[in-house]
Design a protein around this ligand. Structure first.
Ligand SMILES: Nc1ncnc2c1ncn2[C@@H]1O[C@H](COP(=O)(O)OP(=O)(O)OP(=O)(O)O)[C@@H](O)[C@H]1O
Ligand SMILES: [Mg+2]
Length: 258
């Protein structure tokens, strides 16, 4: 479904993403993991065209998308969340879902104009996420976790075929974490393809069909969760210093962020 070919993004002398090639199969949950600074978010930004790649190509469903504009990429069925929750504080949750899904991002002086269809869709999504009670709550009153759920909802507004999640479980409590995992599973069972960046290794290993590992801007391993966990190159990337103790590495991987 998604093919990333020789993708690079340089910031001055920094090769944040350095000649990355990987693919995401249709209907799969694929995880993109790697130590802090590996280039995961930058890769997401290039795939969703939030950033223009320095070189390389991105293909979605057999069509090239790196040449398109951000909203055109969304229109083709690719939707992503941001690592840092961004939303419009003075709007309600319902309004946020609609506004965030509008490609222009322009708001009228008197708040967003919401059509009946948009309202219905947003309410359906809030129901799926179990937060209909928050529909008319001002975003500034939400907890961090509730904002994460709202962002998750916003990403579903465009009827995506594939979603890119950047640390959807970062900083949320264990109960909400289980909820989010549940939502991801359910959406995937309905046919949605998922590419997820996450530092919580337990979550990654239990949720994903395939794991792509990045380090220093490059893809250093790609395979099943089992294969990747015991790959010496992956252990080396997380541990550094030439250790190859799998348990220590697993612990380090888990401690890396959560
Ligand atoms: N706008 C930018 N300008 C300059 N350097 C950047 C920019 N964005 C990212 N970088 C650098 O690119 C590298 C990759 O960063 P990126 O945020 O993609 O990593 P990451 O894998 O998402 O890390 P984390 O797990 O901490 O979120 C880092 O060295 C980072 O400092
Ligand atoms: Mg990141």
């Amino acid at each position: 479904m998604l093919e990333v070919r020789n993708l690079s993004k340089h910031f001055g002398g920094i090769r944040a993403v350095d000649n990355c090639t990987f693919s995401v199969e249709e209907g799969s949950i694929t995880a993109l993991i790697g130590p802090n600074g590996a280039g995961k978010t930058t890769a997401f930004n290039c795939i969703s065209k939030t950033l223009t790649p320095t070189s390389g190509e991105v293909w979605l469903g057999g069509k090239r998308i790196d040449t398109l504009k951000t909203h055109q990429v969304t229109h083709r069925g690719l939707s992503r969340t941001f690592q840092i929750t961004r939303n419009l504080e003075d709007l309600s949750v319902l309004e946020n879902l609609v506004v965030q899904s509008k490609t222009s991002g322009i708001r009228s002086l008197f708040g967003p104009a919401i059509s009946a269809a948009e309202r219905d869709k947003a309410m359906e999504i809030l129901e799926f996420l179990g937060i209909t009670r928050l529909a008319h709550e001002e975003t500034s009153n939400l907890s961090y976790g509730q904002k994460k759920l709202m962002d998750f909802g916003a990403l579903l507004m465009s009827d995506p075929k594939i979603i890119l999640l950047d640390e959807p479980a970062g900083g949320v409590n264990p109960r909400l974490l289980r909820e989010i995992v549940d939502h991801i599973r359910k959406l995937n069972e309905r046919g949605l393809t998922v590419l997820i960046v996450e530092h919580n290794m337990e979550l990654v290993m239990s949720l994903s069909h395939k794991v792509v590992v990045m380090a220093h801007g490059q893809v250093i391993a790609e395979g099943t969760p089992e294969a990747v966990q015991s790959d010496p190159a992956v252990l080396e990337a997380y541990l550094g210093g030439g250790h190859a103790d799998q348990h220590a590495a697993a612990a380090t991987m888990e401690a890396a962020h959560v």
